[in-house]
Design a protein around this ligand. Structure first.
Ligand code: FE2
Length: 241
């Protein structure tokens, strides 16, 4: 589903870091054609009544994190939560100790339609369930032949919302990645004008950073198979004097 070997991670990382303020890249054809097609078909066929529809401040999008019957979504999330992908993403972004969110808070499939907008906003930065700060966001799109004139390109603005720095078109298997920053203003504020039979489709996932420190009262150690019968405590034979 992802051919890691076809990417020159060093040059992608360089491009990522060239963003003036926080790190952002759009990688074309990241997801295989097969998987992109399967996700597009699955999302296309989703019954709207099983999705969460969010209406807030002119934001209209569809999140389907609670819907269970998503075979390809589950496969894709499994890959994007894997050790291999996490290490790859750490290398790309320069953010270490990345963790996925198994609860998929705010994440998952998304689909929007003609007339929908996404008000310019900054993202939430904390997930209470895992007590971690957000560090990296990704979106993979499943749109073939999307016309930019229909709108729906995700605009990223400067810190004063005066200038568009990047405008990312929903495309076929492309992956958008950016580092969390509290002033990353983004959205597509103009109502989309795509035909009624078209929808803007993608999957978003968010990654968090562990900043835990070893507990001084219980410092890290390997499994202990030795027992000091006098002290009634386990010990590490390699540290025994
Ligand atoms: Fe957002």
């Amino acid at each position: 589903m992802i051919d890691y070997d076809k990417f020159d991670i060093a040059s992608l990382r360089l491009k990522y870091q060239q963003h003036p303020s926080y790190g952002l890249i759009n990688i074309p054809n990241f997801l295989s054609d097969d998987m992109t097609q399967q996700c597009a078909d699955e999302l296309e066929g989703l019954p709207l009544d099983k999705a969460n529809t969010l209406h807030a401040k002119a934001v209209v999008c569809m999140s389907t994190t609670t819907c269970q019957l998503h075979l390809y979504k589950i496969r894709l999330v499994h890959e994007l939560h894997s050790s291999r992908f996490l290490h790859w993403l750490e290398h790309l972004t320069g953010v270490e100790k990345l963790l996925p969110d198994p609860h998929l808070v705010g994440a998952g499939y998304m689909k929007s339609f003609a007339g929908d907008t996404l008000k310019v906003h900054t993202d939430f930065n904390w997930v209470e369930e895992i007590h971690l700060h957000r560090a990296v966001s990704i979106i993979i799109y499943f749109n073939q032949d999307w016309d930019s004139n229909w709108g729906g390109c995700l605009n990223f603005y400067d810190f004063k919302i005066e200038e568009i720095l990047s405008s990312i078109k929903p495309d076929w298997g492309n992956m958008l990645v950016w580092n969390y920053h509290n002033l990353v203003y983004h959205g597509y504020p103009d109502p989309m004008t795509c035909p009624e039979d078209q929808s803007r489709k993608g999957m978003r996932l968010f990654y968090y950073q562990s900043r835990s420190k070893p507990d001084a009262e219980n410092p890290p150690h390997r499994s202990l198979y030795w027992f000091n019968s006098k002290e009634k405590l386990p010990y590490d034979i390699r540290q025994k004097t």
